[in-house]
Design a protein around this ligand. Structure first.
Ligand SMILES: O=C(O)CCC(=O)C(=O)O
Length: 266
């Protein structure tokens, strides 16, 4: 890993304190316009291919129109994303922030339609982890918008200091088709802070931090690439991970076979 970062793009002592205290850290001016353009072109290609292939259960619809679109494990679909300057910078920044080597853990892209884009409900990213909770201790999530995100443009919202280890209850929304999108409960929403950010910046958050986004009522589509870096797995954690992957693969194959057999029975 190349750990060299220009001093203007390295976390300062104040940044380290903000990260520890609040659980999120706006980092304006982290990337050059050409870095954004490089990533945006790759993400646009993926989103265009997905739009052409129709909606799935990561699409939020409103009156039949797509208001939010998401692709998970973006870098698996488009491996060139891992060669971008943004990826390299985030990896180096995460290592400097956590004070340890890090590795890529996950990424996704979310696009909110202009004018009517639906916001993302309150949640903790850690809620989604079912197998490897230990990976959520030393971990940074970068939220990287491809253009300016003003307050009404689908800006991110955070509950400062909610990353103290508390796991909040998450509920599915009755009747919602987008069942991936749960909603955290049991916290004081009046403590929320909106964080608009300019193009070239990122907002970092801790995986336990409660966060959401507002609706995109601006005239500009809002696209954000979200990149996670975590402390690398140890050798034994890696073995356990490989075993889990095998078990999940076997379960998926078994349920696929069951569905296939059911469909053959008249
Ligand atoms: O982009 C958004 O609207 C939400 C992003 C988010 O919730 C996340 O990265 O976990």
């Amino acid at each position: 890993m190349d750990m060299t970062l220009p001093s203007s793009r390295r976390p300062s002592p104040d940044d380290l304190a903000t990260w520890a205290q609040l659980g999120y850290l706006p980092a304006p001016g982290l990337f050059r316009p050409e870095d954004l353009a490089e990533a945006e072109q790759l993400l646009d290609g993926l989103l265009a291919a997905k739009a052409a292939s129709g909606t799935d259960d990561w699409t939020m619809l409103q009156n039949g129109k797509t208001v939010s679109e998401e692709i998970i494990f973006t870098a698996q679909h488009e491996p060139r994303l891992k060669d971008t300057e943004i990826f390299r910078q985030c990896e180096a920044y995460a290592a400097a922030l956590l004070g340890m080597p890090v590795e890529y853990a996950f990424d996704h892209v979310i696009r909110k339609t202009a004018g009517i884009g639906k916001g993302t409900r309150w949640h903790q990213d850690v809620y989604y982890e079912k197998d490897e909770l230990y990976r959520y201790k030393d971990r940074v999530h970068f939220w990287i918008p491809m253009a300016d995100v003003p307050l009404m443009g689908g800006a991110m919202r955070y509950i400062p200091a909610s990353h103290d280890g508390t796991m909040y209850e998450h509920k599915t929304i009755p009747g919602a088709d987008d069942t991936h999108y749960v909603m955290a409960t049991g916290f004081d929403e009046s403590a929320a802070v909106d964080v608009p950010i300019g193009a070239g910046g990122a907002i970092l958050h801790h995986p336990y931090l409660l966060h959401a986004s507002g609706p995109n009522t601006s005239q500009q589509v809002r696209t954000a690439w979200i990149l996670h870096f975590a402390k690398p797995r140890t050798a034994s954690q890696n073995m356990r991970y490989q075993a889990l992957q095998l078990r999940h693969g076997w379960r998926r194959a078994k349920s696929g076979l069951k569905d296939r057999l059911k469909s053959l029975i008249p």
